[in-house]
Design a protein around this ligand. Structure first.
Ligand code: DGT
Ligand code: CA
Ligand code: CA
Ligand code: ZN
Length: 569
């Protein structure tokens, strides 16, 4: 609460400064901001007398503080927001560009948004202004480059945690009756362009005030009475729309996308004599609204079951929904264990016991430790495997009724398709993941031969992070997926869906192809520390985008069923 109030006063002071308001008031508001921020107690615990005792707080200011606490904004702030062009406010979100400079640029160069600022910098027009100079121009150019870089697509894990903290703030307010995220995040895409939030509540303008003033907000490119756009500290752009309760479902449907899915659904609506928009499903003949409050109502009125959001890419889900034959997708709650993790025996951060305790806390019934043991075995001795087996046995002794730790290895597939550990070791462990970690760039034929050969090794259970893609830095390796999937099927090798947000490998299209071959999947976290163990949901999201069901997921099996799969009959 204190932060929110302090920020409102900071923003008010910034805006008044841009607009050329009373200097004494501006200084006074800044002081109130500082005072409130420095307060040890939460504002909500202060009575009027306490408030008035704060330095620089008189009756008028005290009532402004109360106003922000009650509504999330204040009339004076809204007035100031309306008086300053949104582009100028956006400019002040740029590090190193305060209201004074923004105003100077506006008056001297006619620059009134970031795009115009970019142009002015490129034309070297800033350095000519008295009080700015070449150095400031260069600094702002650098800040702008960083800022633009941040506007690129954001990894899903970052977007998800931003969305969750925004949702928590909004849910915590009496102003908000219902709030949800939609767009590509709800569909579980691996990267997110911008975040789309949807809310309902009796006073939309007050929700907007609350939203644009949230602590994580670094800039407000646009704000209106039912739609605002903010930029968070992480550089993520977030749209919030407030709709009426009887539009929440149709708006959720619309803004969840994908666009391609929506186009199909709207065609179906038209064929049936309806018109579908974010405001609801309307009968064309008399404009009667037939659905809108929930997504199920909308799809139901069109004679369809509701496709889970990750399926909504117009890849055949519409036809299945019309027939009522949508698959039951794997859910996070179905996952019983995790089959890929690392400890100090290779590049993990901690011990078998620590990893097991965290996995147990997440409700996992089994955890495979799959260290890269080739280096150990080379530099120490094959006894390493026994040493680790002993450690695992002790942990199983301690926690055995709650979680079972399996001993596995993640073995490197060499350029020729041979495995980097002796057969005696591969034979002795519970499970073998074979992965490529080096030499991704072989020509596609050589890559295919390499992978197929590895699949044929009788000890290999799982093909780890199959294509080796690393989002933003390494493309998927090129090989013939159909040949590899066929070989995996012949040899009982399971495909990994790796939950590392930089990998998410296999990806949706490849998963769907693998499913056509009848392959099974293991959704793994590839954890290198205990914190990684909770990224399972990212892998489950990717599995859902590939339409994976529970029977296709080996780590949804109880332990004895899993062991059966691992022994390959
Ligand atoms: P992103 O933000 O690039 O990761 O992807 P989305 O899917 O979140 O796309 P976004 O934010 O542009 O729009 C959110 C949803 O709103 C989108 O999935 C479908 C809907 N939408 C937006 N523009 C259009 C449009 O022109 N036509 C239709 N049918 N739907 C749209
Ligand atoms: Ca979006
Ligand atoms: Ca959007
Ligand atoms: Zn690994």
């Amino acid at each position: 609460m204190n932060d929110e109030v302090a920020q409102s006063f900071d923003e008010l002071a910034d805006l008044m400064q841009i607009a050329g308001g009373d200097r004494f008031k501006i200084v006074a508001y800044r002081r109130v901001g500082d005072e409130v921020r420095a307060l040890a107690r939460d504002l909500s615990t202060l009575d009027d007398e306490d408030l008035l005792a704060l330095r620089g707080v008189g009756r008028a200011t005290a009532s402004k503080i109360r106003e922000v606490m009650k509504t999330g904004t204040m009339a004076k702030l809204e007035e100031a927001r309306a008086a300053v062009p949104p582009g100028i406010r956006e400019m002040t979100a740029l590090p190193g560009l305060g209201p004074k400079t923004a105003l100077l640029l506006h008056h001297q160069l006619g620059v009134s948004n970031l795009a115009e600022l970019d142009k002015a910098i490129k034309e070297q027009r800033l350095r000519a202004i008295k009080g700015l100079g070449r150095k400031t121009e260069e600094n702002l150019a650098a800040a702008l480059r960083r800022f633009k870089g941040k506007q690129e697509r954001i990894p899903i894990d970052v977007a998800l945690s931003v969305a969750e903290s925004l949702l928590e703030e909004l849910r915590g307010s009496d102003l908000v009756s219902e709030v949800a995220y939609c767009g590509s995040l709800r569909r579980g895409k691996e990267t997110i362009g911008d975040l789309d939030l949807l809310a309902t509540g009796p006073d939309p303008a007050a929700i907007m005030g609350l939203f644009t003033g949230l602590p994580g907000v670094a800039g407000v490119p646009a704000s209106g009475s039912t739609k605002s756009t903010v930029r968070t500290r992480e550089g993520l752009q977030v749209d919030l729309r407030v709709v009426a309760p009887d539009e929440f479902g149709s708006a959720l449907q619309y803004f969840s996308g994908s666009k391609e899915h929506n186009v199909r659904i709207r065609e179906i609506a038209v064929k049936q004599g309806y018109k579908l928009s974010e405001y609801g499903l309307f009968r064309v003949s008399d404009n009667l609204k037939v659905a809108g409050a929930s997504e199920e109502d909308v799809y139901g009125a069109l004679g369809m079951t509701t496709p889970p959001a990750p399926m909504r890419e117009n890849r055949g889900e519409v036809e299945l929904a019309l027939k009522g034959e949508l698959p039951e997708l794997i859910q996070l709650a179905d996952i019983l264990g995790d089959l890929h993790s690392h400890t100090r025996y290779s590049d993990g951060s901690t011990t078998v016991r620590e990893m097991a305790m965290t996995a147990m806390g997440l409700g996992r019934r089994y955890l495979a430790i799959t260290d890269h043991l080739d280096a150990w075995v080379k530099s120490h001795s094959p006894d390493t495997i026994l040493l680790q087996a002993g450690e695992i046995a002790a942990v199983n002794e301690e926690f055995g009724d709650k979680i079972t730790v399996l001993q596995g290895v993640e073995v490197d597939i060499g350029p020729e398709g041979t495995l980097a550990l002796p057969d005696s070791i591969l034979d002795s462990v519970d499970l073998v993941i074979a992965s490529i970690h080096r030499r991704y760039g072989l020509d596609p034929e050589a890559m295919t031969r390499r992978v197929v050969k590895a699949m044929q090794h009788p000890s290999v259970n799982i093909f780890g992070h199959p294509t080796g893609r690393w989002l933003g830095s390494r493309e998927a390796a090129e090989f013939d997926l159909t040949e590899v999937f066929a070989a995996a099927k012949d040899n009982g090798v399971v495909m990994e869906i790796n939950s590392n947000p930089a990998r998410l490998d296999l990806k949706d299209d490849h998963i769907r192809l693998a499913r056509e071959f009848g392959l099974k999947f293991s959704i793994n976290t590839d954890s290198h520390n205990p914190g990684h163990l909770s990224r399972m949901r990212l892998g489950v999201g990717m599995a859902q985008r590939g339409w994976v069901t529970k029977p296709e997921t080996i780590n949804a099996l109880p332990l004895d069923g899993l062991r059966h799969v691992l022994t390959k009959e």
